[in-house]
Design a protein around this ligand. Sequence first.
Ligand SMILES: CC(C)(COP(=O)(O)OP(=O)(O)OC[C@H]1O[C@@H](n2cnc3c(N)ncnc32)[C@H](O)[C@@H]1OP(=O)(O)O)[C@@H](O)C(=O)NCCC(=O)NCCS
Length: 178
Amino acid sequence: MPELSKVIVTPMRPEEAEAVSALVAEIISALPYYNERARREEVAKYTPERLRSLVAEEPEAVLLARANHDVCGFAISHYDDGLIWIAWFGVRPDWRRRGIGTQLLAAVEETAPRRRAHKIWCDTRTENLISQQLLQKAGYKKNRHSHKSLVRTRFLSLGKTSAITPHFQLPPAKTFYA
Ligand SMILES: CC(C)(COP(=O)(O)OP(=O)(O)OC[C@H]1O[C@@H](n2cnc3c(N)ncnc32)[C@H](O)[C@@H]1OP(=O)(O)O)[C@@H](O)C(=O)NCCC(=O)NCCS
């Protein structure tokens, strides 16, 4: 197994969508927090076509953790009204507990200025204590407005400008962040 330092996180390429869709399905299908119907519905959201369409719209919407040539984890997110929503992140079972989930979250965070987002949100099942622990360890705080959402308030510093500037007044990202 490669060293952790060799694990890198980069965006999904369209031609990888089939393999990533299969990995997402494998990880979601094994989750104990969902019933059969919920698992089916979640898996159905991440077909290869949908993944390709997500990256066509936002190139960094699907990030992959890679160890040599193997994909060992993913983070799927989308931008909405100044926020990045993390829809799912997951790590192959044999790669867990080596910091890759944390690395994926950090990589999503790095995309925020380019996507002109000022916060990152992630809903997680209340029973998913592992996910909650990971998010909290990475600096996410429980959102006061929803007991099951975690919002990364630490991230406000990155979003300071967009938080005080109406979204429609934000200049193009390239100019703004140059
Ligand atoms: C949640 C998940 C992505 C974590 O990935 P990971 O690469 O193992 O996470 P990390 O190694 O970065 O763990 C960071 C911290 O999270 C907590 N954590 C992770 N796995 C844990 C476990 N099995 N039990 C208890 N705490 C755990 C620990 O605090 C850990 O830090 P430590 O190893 O120093 O104690 C992985 O377990 C997974 O794919 N689960 C199924 C999918 C899922 O639930 N996704 C999240 C919902 S969107």
